[in-house]
Design a binder for this molecule. Sequence first.
Ligand SMILES: Cc1cc2nc3c(=O)[nH]c(=O)nc-3n(C[C@H](O)[C@H](O)[C@H](O)COP(=O)(O)OP(=O)(O)OC[C@H]3O[C@@H](n4cnc5c(N)ncnc54)[C@H](O)[C@@H]3O)c2cc1C
Length: 397
Amino acid sequence: MNTTVDAVIVGGGMVGLSLAVASAEQGLSVALIEPHRAEPVAPQPSQFAPRVSAISPHNRQWLTQLDAWQRIPAARVCAYPAMRVWDGQGQGAIEFHASEVGAEQLGQIVENHWITQALWERVDALPKVQQLIGRRLQEWRVEPDGVAIELDDGSRFQAAVLAGCDGKFSGIRQQAGFATREWDYGQTALVTSIRHSAPHAHTARQVFLDTGPLAFLPLSDDSGSQHWSSIVWSADTSRAETLFALDDAAFLAELNRASEGCLGEIEHSDRRFRFPLAQMHSVDYIQDRLVLLGDAAHAIHPLAGQGVNLGFRDAEVLAQEWGRAKRLQLSCGDSAVLRRFQRRRQTHNLTTMAAMEGFKRLFGSPHPLAVLARNLGMQGLASQRWAKRAIIEAATS
Ligand SMILES: Cc1cc2nc3c(=O)[nH]c(=O)nc-3n(C[C@H](O)[C@H](O)[C@H](O)COP(=O)(O)OP(=O)(O)OC[C@H]3O[C@@H](n4cnc5c(N)ncnc54)[C@H](O)[C@@H]3O)c2cc1C
């Protein structure tokens, strides 16, 4: 059977799910293809999943509008109004407070699976979203007035547009031959949850070590007297592999040394996971009847906690453009509609990625001049209120 929908969305990660919800809210009929749907998780008072995201105030607001944020248990969300950044090799340190830009929070730390689960709940309640779980995109063919899509179980769809939200290694991007720019940092991120003796005081922390940045993200302490944070320790791959291979006691010793006691004593660390770090940007996000978003279009160093935040902004803007097209009785795959999306998103994504790349080069370098520059930079910055405000505004948007 050949089913006709406005859009086929490939990938039910955080970005694809949010696009499905936002598009259905705009009146589109959508088919969502995702090979794996994770089972719902019961709240666990003191155990945290290893993957967390710092969600910006803008995206929290948008997820609330989608009626998704409210579904995340409040006890699993940790708001942080402050961030402290310091140089592990020098004297520089700087603190950012949301109050400096009249905001309440810099962001909220949430385990990824709660965000995904909240969005699946919304998808379940939307008849306009047809769920194709356990299936994969097999092939597609662009036709004059749409795109013909076939899944691995032989089912067929006719859509005005195909949206690739299939992540960093996007098969759609590769098969369609989108050109990309890629930077391999030669770094790997270690991710885990840690328990520490001192409260985190709802402050995110980041120390720049000579091998790369180490971030401490505060986790909810609603569950009682224990204090937990998530860490993202980005290091040159050989160093990361050494850290990964250490036994728990030796790893804790390294972590305690690197953290300089900022959370008291780090007493426990959960199982460690590692992610190779690379930055990738697709030169174009669109082709005829085809659009890429989220990590499929751009993967960014986790240093700034911006990856899924950029992806959510992509989904918000694309759903707006599709809603506008519907109202104007245009096809959602019309090239003018897709070009508007690309224009609106590419500049913002590129600016953020370029800033992160510069930051990475400056702070990631062990060169003495870079160390001096970053110390001067941090101390200079600390006294420049306008520059601090600009950084905070960028981080919270
Ligand atoms: C260590 C680390 C820390 C991070 N911290 C932050 C942070 O604090 N804040 C932040 O904003 N970002 C952060 N990020 C980035 C963030 O995790 C990603 O940007 C985000 O997960 C991308 O979401 P996505 O939906 O685009 O892609 P993915 O999460 O990769 O989802 C892609 C989906 O597509 C599906 N798929 C793949 N192939 C197919 C196919 N052929 N057919 C159908 N479906 C398919 C997959 O099953 C998957 O569900 C971090 C990343 C790392 C590595």
